[in-house]
Design a protein around this ligand. Structure first.
Ligand code: OSB
Ligand code: MG
Length: 373
């Protein structure tokens, strides 16, 4: 495909309500969007890097810099045959996976439009609907949390994930299990625990959690494997998994029994598929994580979640849980059965509200192909 131009945009959007994890509170999002012009079409990508370098070292500002100085010029100089070629074009830049994914995912969107097929089909998806769960942040009190869970269950969501940290864990799981003995329940520590907390974590086996997500260090496999040996509950890795190789290492070391896949964390949809395939071949189920995406990133997540081994409910939920007014049309909606219907129209299957995006844009750069010819 011939690339004409790449636009980087920063938009600002407030969250409907603050989202608190073990590493901090997010209330207003700064979001980097990639708008790719090629072959008379527009592909969109969203960078999931946070405002602060707490989930990973990347931020919207590091992603902006590396996209502007390195990644977008490299893509603009190239004429990729298909989206699967993008990692090779960007590989000289070490790391910066969220920045790379924003760019690569815009190419996947554009290629699906060029071929006139849904993005889900281009990625190899097989599902017509995807099962949805929600990730519920740390709250000020247990009654407040129980009220939120009640609302999400009433909306149909199939599983509840509780963000946790030392001091917001055992007593919270106990209260939730007392009220709802049978719901699908998981927790996510975002690396908030250390080995000295092992006994506390082992105690959570009593709560019949589907999994415990990333209890220990964000760069660890070994100590997770030590912990997994002592647990009945499966560990799910999120932060630790950056590519297919990490996936193989984690599975071989038995550091986890489930994997959370985020295309931003692994550097793009191509690597996300490779992680998915490696896990499937070894009998390890996966699910699609979320990063408080707008509808653009959310629609990439829906397409990815349609692959065969995404057998567990993911963190892909309705637009309105995050943003009063999403930047796509229609907004992502969830059925009363807690499912999202995978779009069947070409590309991501949701229109971008370009007027709204333009109004929300606070910074914009253009990288033109000709300048590098
Ligand atoms: O660990 O899955 C995570 C949000 C920001 C950073 C990390 C994580 C999360 C979530 C929210 O859990 C998932 C969502 O988008 O609903
Ligand atoms: Mg997580």
């Amino acid at each position: 495909m011939r690339i004409d131009a790449i636009f980087l945009r920063e938009i600002r959007l407030p969250l409907v309500k603050p989202f608190e994890t073990s590493f901090g509170v997010t209330t207003d999002r700064r979001i980097l969007l990639v708008e790719l012009k090629a072959e008379g079409l527009t592909g969109w990508g969203e960078c999931v890097a946070g405002e602060r370098p707490y989930y990973s070292y990347e931020t919207i500002d590091t992603a902006w810099l590396v996209l502007l100085q390195e990644l977008a010029p490299a893509l603009a100089r190239s004429e990729p045959a298909h989206a699967g070629k993008i990692p090779g074009i960007l590989k000289q830049v070490r790391g910066h996976r969220m920045a790379k994914a924003a760019l690569e995912n815009s190419v996947w969107d554009l290629e699906a439009q060029m071929r006139g097929i849904p993005l889900a089909e281009l990625l190899g998806g097989v599902r017509e609907t995807i099962p949805c769960g929600v990730s519920i942040g740390i709250k000020g009190s247990i009654p407040e949390l129980l009220k939120d869970i009640e609302t999400e269950l009433a909306a149909g969501y199939q599983r509840i994930k509780l963000k946790c940290k030392p001091g917001w864990d055992t007593k919270v799981f106990e209260a939730v299990r007392n009220r709802w003995p049978d719901i699908k329940l998981t927790c996510d520590a975002n690396s908030a625990y250390k080995l000295k907390d092992a006994d506390c974590i082992i105690g959570w086996d009593d709560f019949n959690l589907m999994m415990i997500e990333q209890p220990l260090w964000a760069d660890d496999f070994y100590y997770h494997s030590m912990l997994q040996r002592q647990l009945n509950t499966p560990i799910c890795l999120d932060e630790s998994i950056h590519n297919r190789r990490d996936t193989l290492a984690a599975i071989e070391m038995e550091s986890c029994r489930i994997i959370n896949i985020k295309s931003g964390r692994v550097g793009g949809l191509g690597e996300a598929i490779a992680v998915h395939n490696a896990a499937m071949e070894r009998g390890i189920p996966v699910w699609c994580g979320g990063m408080l995406e707008t509808g653009i990133g959310r629609s990439h997540n829906i397409a990815l979640s349609s692959l065969e081994n995404f057998t567990l409910p993911g963190d892909v939920s309705a637009s309105k849980r995050y943003y009063q007014e999403d930047i796509i049309e229609p907004a992502v909606e969830v059925t009363p059965q807690g499912e999202i219907v995978v779009p069947t129209t070409p590309g991501r299957g949701y229109e971008v509200r370009e007027d709204l995006v333009e109004r929300l844009t606070v910074r914009k750069e253009e990288i033109r192909a000709l300048a590098f010819a």
